[in-house]
Structures are given as structure tokens and as C-alpha cells.
Design a protein around this ligand. Structure first.
Ligand code: KG4
Ligand code: ZN
Length: 324
């Protein structure tokens, strides 16, 4: 079975072919066009601009990815930006109608979880998945491929959103996450010791808006030196990673899982990857960095394990798609 995946929920436009060969999922193609350079000029994503870029990219990306025939189409139907989602969803519907292939609708967050199955097939259940992206910070428990439950998430800003907002406070380019990582790479000590919001709460929730406020208080009205920017960047990462890892390991212990899976754009962060690797008692799976950020292969993988094919006229984009 070969699945064509399409992802366009935020600022990337991606198409991929994956093929199941017995025990393995093979990525035949995974082509992603990013409009990040454009968003860097506005210091963040302007939804209208993102969708306009995606209309330009979707056909060239599909042409490059479609190197063989396919049996079904997987597409991200939400959550995301409505204009962006519509580009992928309407393209998928058109292909479905023309080629008479059914569509498998995919929740973007489930896509991030399944990036882990593109490389590893032998993940033991129950598994706990931490999804950390620009829009989400959520913990899921995966009992099996058809039973995924949300167990906690952020009460305010997502981890990536916090990095992006703090990046702006430090006058770093957009997106803040990778820039903060770069700025802090040579620092060894946590000189600022920013707050770790709700790190010791009983639930599996997160909160990052207080961290952003703490950084704002620190930098307000000051002209920061390069060293100060580097030290603040390091300390911000330390605080975010500390909270993410502590809460994830607490959930893993209490929910008695056998594996921990990481996913989402912030999972590209090396400090997070290393800290979780050093402290996790369970088997840990982390996708390669290229599969942590938005891509269509993860959407096709989610469709393969977790999705149901339906007719094109039953598919619609839902920017607020929640996890039921
Ligand atoms: O999953 P993703 O590509 O898109 C969403 O679904 O949001 O995640 C993008 C987010 C941005 O907030 C970006 O700053 C963050 O991931 N990010 C990082 C790193 N690379 C991307 N955050 C920290 N360290 C990184 N290396
Ligand atoms: Zn994402």
C-alpha cells in the first residue's frame, strides 16, 4: 500500500509518498517547501501570507513528490490556519475525485506522534508522547494504534510559542526556537535561573506564559550585550527543557508506559533531546530533526496506522480540530 501525504496546516507545504513493505514503512519521497524566510521579514506568521505562498508551492511540491502511483491520500484537516489547511484539503479532494482514491483525514498532532513510526516499527505500548510545537505542548498516551488519549497540555503558551515570543524580546530573528538554541550554544551555566512554572503540580499540564513575563522583566528598558543575550538564551532553554522533561517523566512513571516518544518542531532542540535521553528510564524514541518539523511523511504514517479512508465529499478543514 502506498499513501500520498499532504501537509499544509501552518507555514510549510509538503507532499510525501510512503509505502508499507511488510514490517517497514518506506519513505519514497518527502518534499517540503517552507515560507519561513517570508515570515522572518514580518517577525511571525501572517496567515494570509502563509496561505498565498502555499497556493504557489502546492503543485510544484506534489510534482516532485509523486514519483509513483498511490492507493490513498492522507491530508491534514486540522488544527491549523484555515487558509493554509484549505490549500491541502482542497488539493486532496481534487486528486481524490480525479484519481478515484479515498482520503484519510489526519489530525496534525497525531501526525507529529507518528513521525516516530517512520524510523522505528517496534515501539512497545503503552507509549507516552510529548508533542512540542509552535502551537501545541501536549502529552498523549498511546494504548494502541486505535486508542490514543490526551493526558495533559499547556494552559497558555506552547513551548515553541514561548521560544518565539522570547526570541522577539531578545531581538533575535523569527522563529525564536532555533535562534535561541544557536545563541545559547557556548554557555555552560544557568545564570538567570528563570521560573519553571507549575513544574511540581500534580497534573500533567504545562504553563509557559510566566516564563515569557520573567524574561520581559529582565530585559525591559535594557540594552543587552551579546553575552547577556547568549546567557538568557541558555537559561530560557534550561527552564523550558527542565519543565518538559520533569513533567514527561512524571507522567511516564505514573502511567506506567513502556516507551516515550518525542515530536513536534521543538523536538529538534538538542538540549531537550539530550536531557530526555539522559534521564528517561523507558525506551526513548526521537525522530531525526528533519521529521520533527512539519512534513507530509508523518501525516501519511499517521494515516497508515491510525486513520480511516472516507469519501472526498465528507472531508473538510477544521482549524480548531480538537483531540477527541
Ligand atoms: O512543529 P512545527 O514545525 O510547527 C508547528 O506545528 O507549530 O514547530 C515550529 C516551532 C517553532 O515555535 C520553532 O521556534 C520551534 O518549533 N523550533 C525549535 C527548534 N526548531 C524549531 N525550538 C527550539 N529549538 C529548536 N532547535
Ligand atoms: Zn506541527
Amino acid at each position: 500500500m502506498t499513501i500520498l501525504g499532504i501537509e499544509s496546516s501552518c507555514d510549510e507545504t509538503s507532499a510525501s509518498l510512503i509505502k508499507s513493505t511488510g514490517e517497514k514503512l518506506e519513505v519514497i519521497s518527502n518534499v517540503t517547501a517552507s515560507s519561513l524566510p517570508l515570515h522572518a521579514t514580518t517577525g511571525g506568521i501572517v496567515p494570509e501570507n502563509a496561505a498565498r505562498e502555499q497556493i504557489k508551492y502546492i503543485i510544484p511540491v506534489l510534482k516532485e513528490a509523486l514519483v509513483s502511483d498511490f492507493d490513498a491520500i492522507a491530508v491534514t484537516v486540522g488544527p491549523g490556519l484555515i487558509g493554509s489547511l484549505l490549500v491541502g484539503v482542497e488539493t486532496a479532494k481534487t486528486l481524490s475525485y480525479v484519481f478515484k482514491k479515498r482520503i484519510i483525514p489526519v489530525n496534525h498532532l497525531i501526525g507529529h506522534i507518528y513521525a516516530n513510526w517512520l524510523e522505528n516499527k517496534n515501539i512497545e505500548f503503552p507509549a507516552l508522547s510529548l508533542i512540542v510545537s509552535g502551537g501545541h505542548t501536549d502529552l498523549f498516551i498511546i494504548e494502541n494504534h486505535k486508542k490514543i488519549k490526551w493526558v495533559g497540555g499547556t494552559k497558555d503558551d506552547a513551548a515553541g510559542e514561548a521560544f518565539d515570543k522570547i526570541g522577539r524580546l531578545l531581538n533575535l530573528p523569527y522563529p525564536g526556537g532555533p535562534e535561541i538554541e544557536k545563541a545559547g550554544k557556548d554557555i555552560k551555566f544557568d545564570n538567570y535561573n528563570f521560573p519553571r512554572p507549575i513544574i511540581n503540580s500534580q497534573d500533567f499540564d504545562f504553563s509557559f506564559s510566566g516564563l515569557k513575563t520573567a524574561v520581559l522583566r529582565e530585559v525591559q528598558g535594557k540594552k543587552l550585550s551579546n553575552v547577556q543575550i547568549q546567557e538568557i538564551s541558555f537559561s530560557v532553554q534550561k527552564a523550558v527543557v527542565d519543565v518538559l522533561v520533569t513533567k514527561t517523566l512524571k507522567a511516564a512513571k505514573e502511567l506506567k508506559v513502556k516507551s516515550i516518544l518525542l515530536g513536534g518542531g521543538v523536538a529538534a532542540n538538542q538540549m531537550l533531546r539530550d536531557d530526555l535521553k539522559n534521564k528517561s528510564g523507558q525506551e526513548l524514541f526521537i525522530p531525526p530533526k528533519s521529521l520533527c518539523t512539519d512534513n507530509a511523511a508523518m501525516i501519511a504514517a499517521a494515516a497508515f496506522y491510525n486513520g480511516e479512508p472516507i469519501n472526498w465529499d465528507k472531508i473538510s478543514a477544521n482549524p480548531q480540530l480538537s483531540f477527541a
